[in-house]
Design a protein around this ligand. Sequence first.
Ligand SMILES: Cc1ncc(COP(=O)(O)O)c(C=O)c1O
Length: 369
Amino acid sequence: MRSELGTPVGLVPATGVLIGAEEREAVDRVLSSGLLAQGAEVATFESEFAAYVHDRPCVAVNSGTSALLLGLLALGIGRGDEVVVPSFSFAATANAVALTGATPVFADIEPRHFCLDPAAVLAALTPRTAAVMPVHLYGHPASAELAAVAERHGLALVEDAAQAHLAALDGRPVGTLGQVAAFSFYPTKNMTCGEGGLVVCADDALARRVRLLRNQGMERRYANEIVGYNARMTDIHAAIGRVQLGRLPAWTRTRRANATFLSAALDDVAADHGLTLPAIAQGAEPVWHQYTLRAPRRDELVATLAGLGVQTGVYYPTPIHRLPAYDLDLDLPVTAAAAREVLSLPVHPALDQDGLERIVAATAQAVAE
Ligand SMILES: Cc1ncc(COP(=O)(O)O)c(C=O)c1O
């Protein structure tokens, strides 16, 4: 037997994609209109998203990776430039930099929040550094000091906010902390379009460049001003995104409540068995894309939890600089330890109270074994 989410009954799934009748109706509306490619739905989605990022100009694209790439290109970043990035992230973070022709320079992270360490960023700066690209990993905002470092050194701050829709830092929404920010709407993210991404820009001139890059360099048809991509979002995807965006505030509240429950219920177990539960930095309002803890015998715990019917995720077992695509021999000790020790428990809004309690009971049982 399978549940509504397609997972076997009895299993607590690691992620939960919530698609309902409203999304189906929205897709149907677009299909019936006959206007499927980028159009009015995309424009409306952009303005609805802008309401969450201080009305900064927003440009929707076909993926989070495209959002990062086009944002970097719009800033003029390319060959000869360096961009400081974390190695403890999804490869797309560094890939976007490399695809511009610039060099990703990997810096270490902070141990408690898994985001770029401002001191490591400072140490990585060279005369070629053009930008710093923090990732708000697991939905937790990266340190506010990174924006200060970028500003002091005349560098662009590019936020990889792929996992952090609606997160905030010192009262400011992520996506508004730098010159450019990229969000992802991949199905496992806090909201989805199926596939999709969005660039938030600090000003209209940047947004215009991203729009040109999105559409073959054209603003007017067949009047191509620059060399560009086809990175457009379709109205079908935007229609799904608009419904999901409407639900995002409630889902975010549920993620926060789930995380609060897990942290309270696992506190003693963690203290007794050497687990490190996620921490929240001063001024940070995370959105719990993942609920990630550290466990000294991580792989054993993952296997035992799976045997007890609780799916977990390991994001990310191999630092980007160690992947065959990069294969760099760097010493990033905090990154290396995180890659060995992290696992993420389910925290998504499709969990019910029974699921939450089973996660707690299974974790307590697994560490006691
Ligand atoms: C941190 C991070 N950056 C970038 C991306 C790329 O987003 P997408 O998969 O939409 O291209 C993702 C998600 O996959 C991500 O988790």
